[in-house]
Ligand binder design. Structure first.
Ligand code: CDP
Ligand code: MG
Length: 896
């Protein structure tokens, strides 16, 4: 049969029990599968049974089709001891009926595409099929990539649980952490992690099969992995050591993978898994509401008060909106028990005080309170689940995914347009009381930054007598499936980070989602029975303004790190790379330009054509798992004892929103005196910023000191308290700490003599070091230099206020501004380098550091028109920082 079966299996993979079992199975050529009742029997020591016994069991437990091609069944099955309940649940998943077809297709073809609706069991089951078919033997692994970290972690846990294996055997690896070991046989990882692995082992020799999950999401890394694997698979085949590739996707846009002759020479077969999807009736709003959060609230109230039981799933665009609606709904349909308990503990916070606030952390306060009765609720729910054990059966029907009732004018809206009035009107309180009289609502948020234990709550049935209502961002669209949802409320929008192709300026914008995404969302209502989807927009908007599909990420994002990584892998002509959909040429060109500017690439003419090659600095940069700018900062810091600081800085700069602006969580005192707390935070930050070169290092200095102090606080078990007191987002600090450890390890790997450690007693940088750090920041961001607009120039303008705190930078026409939260705002230095520009009411700089103009010729030569003409040879970036003191006569051109 398959090559995996031909393999010599004498090698041990460090997992004695597992190997032993495999061997026994193999030698006796006995196929045994643990199914249903046989559990107790098999797990009690007799690890194999005869062919007859097994096929008898199969007759009982497997759908008939499984026997159609029994002659072609794989000869080896690796035993898995599943618990009975788990096995029963598995058998209800639609994908189980296709097990044989899937395993056969994979064994007979190098590349297979597996398409099936979300929830059909692809992610949790296919790795198990392959494990049982022997793909994880002889120290080889089954690798599965996920575009989201959440999914990699939660799916590895789930699969380990289903298979009764430890986390050392079914493991995960994401950017900051993982639990993979030498005995790992199924490895879930983010797609970025696998890409890094390809860099060190191009043939992926430790894997027997790679599964690219959620390929329809078209993340940049998944796309490039498809391209790379399209070349790696034939190479492995040629060596007689085949690697299998399985591309798993929702049933969307498969032709990007199948209809591209550059990608796969032989069109890979597509296996479609029919899912048990019930019809979903789609209702469009007559009008498209601008305030879709308020509209979603109204809809949820109507559903809850007027429609039969069934979970509600509401799609909004971001964390803040989700939390806002969670608060509103929890206030509208509270749990009595909780109220009582709150009173008892004297911990009731004024709901109205929180109503209009838009900050995420306010909800964390709520969450803390919720936890009081969360435990109890979970227990109740578990009890309820036990009671219903085995009774819930799904009718085996297969209908169209959903049926749309066409035309908003003719639509049947079960809820009608009237009913509950706008809850935000003056007599809020009255309404609230009225609504509170009905069944409580079990309201849960779901977004990717939510801690995973809180995310997992959506899988637990709600407490008795309450209705589940999950308010989610698009994470609930495909990667997570919540059973029991009957009503979907869809705002029709999605929040994406849009980048200017040339300047790289980014802004989060809320846009219409694609038709495909809207339909996917609607489908979530039909998991357990017929459902309804309420779209908070009209069918005219859907038809005229929604794109069919959203463009793949690779066509939306700057491709700097992608380009460098590919070049570091000797893929020189990126334009010729077999992408499923190639990135925009303008984007590739501007990324290339930025990398040349950074010194990571150098341009050369070969055979009459300009190409760019990775420089030694470029290779050093690409070794770090951070963006090329930050990689360069690390690569330049190997002197003057700077590395510990740069590691810390890069970790801090890589995480968003570390410093809080408004007091939101923490002790009662802080909530009562927000102004005072804020003043206290500002003072702390100013103190951290210091004086002299330290102050000139600016906002990064504040981060540096914050992270240093947080590490110290942590060793004394006071991290949370410290974060609360100093206005740091605890989750961000935790993330920074992880990244700092990882970067430290990475540096030690490259420079073993250095013995870098995460020192909880790290002193602040000296004045001289601070100065060098300013230069390093400039070296990392040579294209993000800004120059203050002249006083004289401002005098001449009509609108003087408009130009206050204004800076001009190289790439943009529009002025950029110093934000009021920057510690350099008062000082207002003439030359600065910024981490990024973000757009709100104006273009603001984030992470500002003061620099000296005489450093520009060395670190940002492209900004300078030098006389005599450009230094020849150009300055070498990998040379030590002393060079910065060189004086070059010249004028600074383009950027002023
Ligand atoms: O990958 P796909 O969307 O096809 O399905 P899956 O993620 O493998 O999920 C299969 C089933 O397992 C779904 O019904 C999920 O609700 C369930 N599941 C679960 O109950 N708990 C988890 N942690 C993960 C999945
Ligand atoms: Mg999945």
């Amino acid at each position: 049969n398959s090559e995996s079966l031909r393999e010599d299996e004498q090698k041990t993979n460090g997992n004695g029990v597992h190997d032993g079992r495999v061997k026994k199975q193999f030698n006796q050529n006995v196929k045994s599968k643990k199914l249903g009742e046989s559990g107790a029997h098999l797990s009690s020591g007799t690890s194999s049974c005869t062919q007859n016994q097994v096929s008898k069991e199969e007759d009982n437990y497997k759908p008939k089709e499984r026997h159609k091609n029994s002659a072609r069944k794989p000869a080896v099955f690796v035993l898995v001891n599943r618990e009975r309940k788990i096995q029963e649940d598995r058998l209800k998943l639609p994908i189980l009926a296709e097990e044989q077809a899937i395993v056969e297709a994979i064994s007979e073809n190098p590349v297979v595409i597996l398409a099936g609706e979300t929830g059909s069991g692809k992610t949790t089951q296919v790795p198990q099929f392959l494990y049982e078919a022997g793909y994880a033997r002889n120290g080889r692994m089954i690798g599965i990539t996920e575009p989201r970290r959440v999914a990699a972690i939660s799916m590895s846990k789930r699969v380990a649980e289903e298979m009764n294996l430890s986390s050392a055997e079914v493991s995960y690896l994401i950017r900051f952490e993982g639990n993979a070991t030498d005995s790992t046989c199924i490895k879930f990882m983010t797609d970025g992690v696998l890409l890094k692995e390809i860099q060190s082992d191009f043939l992926l020799s430790r894997y027997s099969v790679i599964i690219l999950d959620e390929a329809h999401e078209r993340s940049v890394y998944t796309d490039i992995l498809i391209g790379l694997l399209s070349r790696i698979v034939p190479l492995r085949n040629k060596r007689g050591d085949p690697l299998k590739l399985v591309i798993m996707s929702a049933t969307l846009r498969l032709e990007d993978f199948t209809g591209n002759p550059h990608l796969f020479k032989i069109t890979p077969p597509v296996i479609k898994v029919e899912s048990r999807q019930f019809p979903v009736t789609v209702h469009f709003n007559k009008r498209t509401a601008a305030d879709y959060v308020a509209e979603a609230f109204t809809k949820a109230c109507k559903i809850h008060t007027q429609l039969p039981e069934g979970g509600i799933l509401i799609f909004l665009t971001g964390q803040q909106e989700v939390n806002r609606l969670v608060r509103k709904l929890r206030s509208a349909f509270p749990f009595r028990e909780r109220r009582k308990e709150n009173k008892k503990n004297n911990r009731q916070i004024s709901r109205s005080e929180n109503m209009n606030s838009d900050t995420d952390e306010k909800v964390e306060v709520d969450d803390e309170e919720m936890e009081l009765d969360m435990e109890k609720a979970i227990q109740n729910a578990r009890r309820a689940k036990k009671k219903h054990k085995g009774e819930v059966t799904l009718p085996d029907i297969n209908l169209d995914n959903y049926s749309v009732i066409p035309g908003d004018d003719t639509e049947v809206d079960l809820l009608g347009e009237d009913g509950v009035e706008d809850i935000e009107s003056d007599d809020d309180q009255l309404h609230m009381r009225g609504l509170a009289a009905c069944q409580p609502m079990w309201v849960l948020p779901l977004y990717s930054l939510l801690p995973s234990n809180k995310q997992a709550l959506v899988f637990v049935p709600p407490p008795d007598g309450s209705r589940l209502c999950v308010i989610a961002t698009n994470v609930a669209e495909t990667s997570l499936t919540i059973p029991s949802v009957k009503y979907v409320v869809d705002c029709g929008r999605v929040k994406t980070r849009l980048y200017d192709k040339v300047t790289g300026v980014s802004a989060f914008t809320v846009t219409w989602c694609s038709k495909a995404a809207a339909n996917q969302r609607a489908g979530r209502a039909g998991r357990m029975g017929p459902g309804h989807c309420y779209r908070l927009y009209s069918s005219a908007v859907f038809n005229d303004q929604f794109e069919q599909f959203s463009p793949p990420e690779i066509q939306r994002k700057p491709v700097d790190d992608l380009l460098l990584q590919m070049k570091a892998m000797n893929i020189d002509k990126v334009v010729n790379f077999p992408f499923p959909s190639p990135p925009d040429l303008v984007q590739v060109k501007s990324a290339e330009r930025r990398l040349v500017l950074l010194g990571a690439l150098s341009e050369q003419k070969s055979e009459g054509e300009w190409t760019s090659r990775v420089t030694p600095l470029g290779y050093a940069i690409s070794a770090f798992p951070v963006t090329p700018r930050f990689g360069k900062m690390l690569a330049l810091s190997h002197q003057q004892g700077l590395l510990p600081y740069t590691v810390c800085l890069v970790a801090a700069l890589s995480v968003q929103e570390v410093l809080l602006e408004v007091p939101i969580h923490g002790c009662q005192e802080q909530r009562e005196n927000p102004k005072q707390t804020q003043r206290h935070w500002c003072q702390t930050r100013r103190k951290w910023a210091g004086v002299g070169n330290s102050l000139l290092l600016g906002d990064p200095m504040v981060l540096l000191r914050a992270v240093g102090a947080a590490e110290y606080a942590n060793t004394h078990g006071q991290l949370l308290q410290f974060c609360t007191d100093s206005g740091l987002r605890h989750k961000a600090v935790t993330e920074i700490r992880k990244l700092r450890i990882q970067l430290t390890n990475e540096v030690n790997l490259n420079l073993p003599d250095l013995n870098l450690c995460v020192d909880p007693n790290m002193p602040p940088p000296t004045d001289f070091q601070s100065k060098l750090l300013r230069q390093i920041l400039l070296a990392g961001m040579p294209d993000q230099v800004a120059h203050k607009v002249d006083e004289d120039e401002i005098k001449e303008t009509e609108d003087k206020m408009k130009w206050k705190h204004a800076y001009r930078c190289a790439e943009m026409e529009e002025p950029v501004f110093m934000h009021s939260s920057s510690v350099l705002r008062k000082k207002s230095p003439e030359w600065v380098v910024y981490q990024e520009v973000f757009e709100t009411s104006k273009l603001y700089m984030r992470g500002v550091t003061a620099i000296e103009p005489e450093w520009l010729p060395v670190y940002a030569p492209a900004l300078c028109n030098l006389s005599p003409p450009l230094v020849d040879p150009p300055p070498r970036y990998d040379e030590v920082t002393e060079k910065i003191f060189c004086h070059v006569t010249g004028t600074f051109g383009n950027c002023v």
